[in-house]
Design a protein around this ligand. Structure first.
Ligand code: G1P
Length: 299
């Protein structure tokens, strides 16, 4: 039986070939996906979410000068021996766990021409099966992980899926925005929608609803044909949103209102907030951050 027939989603594509322009100058030399949130880089949150959702293989869509992202997940025997010799078991586990999370393969995108173009480069690595997409900027603290929430919904209604939440009117120009109708389902009351159209980053007042797309997708392999025929936008980029807008005219595209806290770690304010979110949850850091905030607040 094929993987498509069993409904198991084994592969996740994580596009990481962008220039991270919102975080310049820092991202001139350091990929934004390597920026730390507490002691882990942003990319690790995405890969851990994939692994915790049952994904077996992560396909990184990268570019030549971002090889540090691949190296991060490859075993480092010298470091492991160093830690082993000194009995540093805890650190050894942290380092070893990185290379055992999931199988990681990489595909190079020759030039950053948008999310839709990045995905096209994953076509042969994905093959003929439904796959997940994680945009690592969208860091989402959720239990179960958002990808696992989407997979549960996918098993009820096979099709393409996007993760959604309501967006403030002032923020619609930062998201792909959806036109939706409710789908009743006892397992996800009030949280499932059928998508009838989609528009990338509309102007305030021009969004078809207040539901935005939050960096998690389940895509059927037919999406590649829609990506191939999508027109480049004014910036010369191919948008996944445009391919999905065509797709949903011909086949079912659904949205799940996920449960969890989302942060846009790709901009300065979201990055600061996600850092605080995870620091406050950390057993060691939490108390120190609370003390600092109390001190700053009383000044
Ligand atoms: C991408 C997508 C957009 C989505 C957003 C947040 O935009 O194109 O539809 O809403 O991620 O996940 P980006 O923020 O990469 O420009």
């Amino acid at each position: 039986m094929t993987h498509s027939a069993t409904g198991v989603i084994r592969k996740a594509v994580i596009p990481v070939a962008g220039f991270g322009t919102r975080m310049l100058p820092l991202t001139k030399a350091l990929p934004k996906e390597m920026m730390p949130i507490c002691n882990k880089p942003i990319i690790q949150y995405a890969v851990e979410e994939a692994a915790a959702s049952g994904i077996e293989e992560v396909i990184l869509i990268t570019r030549a000068d971002k090889s540090i992202l691949e190296s991060y997940f490859v075993p480092n025997p010298d470091l492991e021996r160093f830690l082993e010799d000194r009995g540093r078991e805890q650190e050894l586990r942290l380092v070893r766990d990185l290379s055992s999370l999931v199988r990681i393969s990489t595909v190079r995108q020759p030039s950053p021409r948008g999310l839709g173009d990045a995905l096209r480069w994953a076509r042969s690595a994905v093959g003929d099966e439904t796959f997940a997409v994680i945009l690592p900027d969208a860091v989402i603290d959720a239990h179960p992980p958002v990808l696992a929430q989407l997979m549960a919904a996918y098993h009820l209604h096979p099709g393409c899926w996007v993760a959604t939440q309501p967006v403030e009117p002032a923020d619609v120009s930062r998201f792909g925005m959806l036109e939706v109708t409710s789908v009743e389902n006892a397992s996800f009351p009030g949280r499932l929608f059928r998508v009838s159209s989609m528009i990338e980053k509309p102007r305030t007042g021009e969004a078809p609803s207040n539901y935005g797309v939050f960096g998690r997708y389940l895509l059927r392999p037919e999406i590649f044909d829609f990506l191939d025929s999508a027109q480049a936008d004014a910036k010369g980029e191919i948008q996944l949103t445009d391919a999905l807008a065509e797709y949903c005219q011909r086949a079912p595209l659904y949205a799940l209102r996920f449960e969890g806290m989302h942060y846009d770690a790709g901009d300065r304010s979201g990055y600061l907030q996600v850092m605080l979110h995870f620091a406050l949850k950390d057993a060691e850091l939490g108390a120190a951050v609370h003390r600092l905030l109390a001190t700053l607040g009383s000044n």
